[in-house]
Ligand binder design. Structure first.
Ligand SMILES: [Zn+2]
Length: 97
């Protein structure tokens, strides 16, 4: 359901941008319709992003994790383990010096 919302939101933004570029509003007197479509699309996109991810923090749900280095991989020396202090999501990053 939320994947569908994301598609609709992306389409609304796309159509809004196209309408702006072709300047349809001058011919058909559409006033602010392209701007409304873009803004509505952006809002829907944020809602679908917030609903799709189940992480605790609102900021993390938008993909902005706060990663802190917590350790090193036991087998691969160059792999550093990072953990988000807000939601606890882990990732491994290759570091070469
Ligand atoms: Zn996080």
């Amino acid at each position: 359901m939320f994947a569908k919302l994301k598609t609709i939101a992306s389409l609304a933004i796309l159509i809004g941008v196209v309408l702006l570029l072709v300047k349809v509003e001058e011919t058909f007197n559409m006033y602010n319709a392209p701007y409304i479509m873009i803004i509505t699309g952006l809002i829907l996109l944020v809602i679908s992003l917030l609903a799709a991810n189940q992480e605790k923090s609102l900021i993390c749900r938008l993909g902005l994790n706060r990663f802190e280095q917590t350790g090193r991989d036991r087998e691969v020396e160059a792999l550093f383990i990072y953990k988000c202090e807000r939601c606890g999501e882990e990732k491994k990053v290759m570091k070469t010096f």
